[in-house]
Write a protein that binds this ligand. Structure first.
Ligand SMILES: [Zn+2]
Ligand SMILES: [Zn+2]
Length: 420
């Protein structure tokens, strides 16, 4: 079996700080010890030279890609294999497409260019290999902040676009458990939260827990030690919105404006869509989309949520109203599209997770959680079972006290709720 190849992006300047040279050498050595071939830009100087020296000192293989015009000046003399090419473009392309993973150490404009090209190609699905950014001593923090701005400005539309970037302060080699085989090295190892280090680390941690077992709600909602509670709630809510988009995609096949012309759950409530200047009755599917769009723009807003590291008390108060609005998507699906809801819920356990989440953090009063979840809001289930006769048609009235509506499971009067 041929060994895995890992491409290392780094600088050739000899003037850089000693710690970067040391990191390069350690990385080269570590890769060689895992029987991984180093692919890089072929130079003998700077961090590039250190990576090659490290790998060669541990009897590793090193492949250099170098353009002819640089060759006489900087080519490392001890490489296992040299690809002499015409241009910088061919060099970058060769390195990127002949590697099983890409690692960026701290570096200058050339390194950033290579990294950005790799990220772009990956987003375009031209390559499909993991990309690691070694954020040594916070070197890449400003870049991560720029990614965050890109996301806020919606140049990066899906949250998932960037989350599989693996950003570490430590060299990724140390993240492998003892005995990790080279063949498994590129896989994303499960990591405890404190070992993940990026602006996305809480989101990554949550997504990792969900992937592990979507039905293990307690595990997914169990905050790591010393986790800021506001951030924890915020990141979970973002994740709920993401996953509710999947439910929406399913709903749009059968939740049509003709059949569901209003947003209702049980018959007592007609929910007004708060996405409009004057809240109005949108068909259920429109309400669903407008509400998720509204939630996304609030949660991404620079004004209320400028940081994903700490969250202002006043902004935390907004989370409750987002929760109440998006919960209506579950309740509409449950009461009007039951087969679809059951299929989705069996697979994702999303409504169960949301219900436990909303109760645990007091985001929605228990009586308003009207989708019965076994063992969670059991007494609501009981009430629902007792409610045998259909609700009588009564005049609709609007509700003034937006934040504490009476329990909709006790038939009283039909009401329009608007909490714009
Ligand atoms: Zn519907
Ligand atoms: Zn609307």
């Amino acid at each position: 079996m041929t060994s895995k190849r890992v491409c290392v992006y780094c600088a050739s300047s000899d003037a850089s700080d000693e710690k970067f040279l040391l990191a390069g050498r350690q990385l080269g050595e570590g890769l060689a010890r895992l029987n991984i071939t180093v692919v890089y830009g072929g130079a003998q100087c700077g961090v590039m030279g250190a990576v090659a020296d490290g790998a060669l000192s541990a009897q590793g293989k090193v492949i250099g890609w170098i353009p002819t015009f640089m060759k006489t000046e900087i080519l490392h003399p001890g490489l296992t294999e040299v690809h002499e090419v015409e241009s910088m473009h061919i060099r970058k392309h060769g390195m990127m497409t002949n590697s099983d993973a890409l690692i960026a150490l701290p570096g200058g404009p050339g390194t950033i260019e290579e990294l950005m090209e790799a990220i772009t190609w990956r987003r375009l699905k031209l390559i499909d290999v993991p990309i690691f950014i070694i954020n040594l001593d916070g070197y890449y923090d400003p870049l991560l902040e720029l990614f965050e701005n890109m996301r806020k400005a919606r140049f990066i539309i899906e949250d998932t676009d960037m989350t599989d970037l693996q950003i570490n302060t430590k060299l990724p080699l140390r993240r492998n458990r003892p005995g990790t085989k080279a063949a498994e090295w590129c896989h994303w190892p499960e990591e405890t939260s404190e070992n993940m280090d990026s602006l996305y680390h809480i989101q990554q941690y949550i997504q990792q827990s969900i992937r592990r077992n979507p039905s293990d709600i307690d595990f997914i909602l169990q905050a790591p030690d010393q986790q800021d509670e506001g951030v924890w709630k915020y990141e979970h809510l973002r994740q709920f919105c993401l996953e509710l988009n999947d439910l929406t995609v399913l709903l749009q096949k059968e939740c049509l404006p003709e059949t569901c012309s209003q947003m209702t759950a049980t018959e007592q409530w007609i929910f007004l869509c708060a996405a409009h200047k004057n809240p109005k009755e949108c068909p259920a599917i429109d309400y669903t989309r407008h509400t998720l769009d509204g939630a996304a723009s609030l949660l991404n807003s620079n004004k209320y949520f400028p940081s994903r590291i700490s969250i202002k008390e006043t902004s935390i108060a907004k989370l409750g109203s987002v929760c109440r609005r998006i919960y209506r998507i579950f309740s509409h699906a449950y009461y009007h599209h039951r087969t679809l809801y059951d299929e989705f819920e069996d697979r994702t356990h999303l409504c169960r997770r949301f219900t436990v989440f909303a109760l645990r953090y007091g985001l929605i009063p228990k009586d308003n959680l009207i989708v019965p979840i076994n063992g969670v809001n059991q007494d609501v289930t009981t009430i629902m079972q007792q409610q045998t006769s259909p609700v009588k048609s009564v005049p609709v009235q609007s509700l003034k006290d937006n934040d504490s509506p009476p329990s909709p499971v006790i038939p009283s009067t039909a009401a329009i709720e608007s909490d714009a």
